[in-house]
Design a protein around this ligand. Structure first.
Ligand code: SF4
Length: 140
């Protein structure tokens, strides 16, 4: 596994759902892989076009989650109603994984937007290995 990650970073989700909707400073784009949209559709019985729009120029993510009043359509009372099958982007937040061509390696970075960065338990390499493995399993 060839990646770098932020050392000594602390994080523990408090379920604030900030990442599930737009904020005053950020228009949220909840992107989905085709396989993820199909899984959600199969589990909820809702056709993909009922909760997603097609997304261009964001491959391999070909769908974008619809929002209601700025929040993901699956957010109800601050709770994700499809938590077990939430998209990769949701599982990664507040981290993202990018490929650094110069260093020829993948790099995990954290967004300072999340109020829980710096809170809770320090994350270990195994936490990022789990995300890295998931990305490798899902991304084409
Ligand atoms: S799928 Fe769930 S975790 Fe992801 S944005 Fe929607 S409500 Fe939030």
């Amino acid at each position: 596994m060839d990646f770098t990650y932020p050392a000594n970073v602390c994080f523990e989700c408090n379920g604030c759902a900030l990442c599930c909707g737009d904020t005053d400073h950020k228009l949220r784009h909840i992107l989905l892989l085709e396989s993820e949209a199909e899984e959600i559709s199969a589990a909820t019985g809702r056709p993909i076009e009922n909760f997603c729009n097609e997304s261009n120029g964001t491959q391999p993510y070909i769908y974008e989650m619809k929002k209601f009043e700025g929040d993901c359509v699956f957010l109800k009372d601050h709770k994700c109603t499809i938590y077990e099958m939430r998209p990769l982007i949701c599982r990664f937040y507040p981290f993202e994984l990018k490929f650094d061509k110069d260093k020829n390696t993948h790099v995990f970075a954290a967004t300072e937007e999340c109020p829980m960065i710096g809170q809770g338990k320090p994350l270990a390499k195994k936490d990022f290995e789990a995300l890295y493995t998931l990305a490798n399993e899902r991304l084409p």
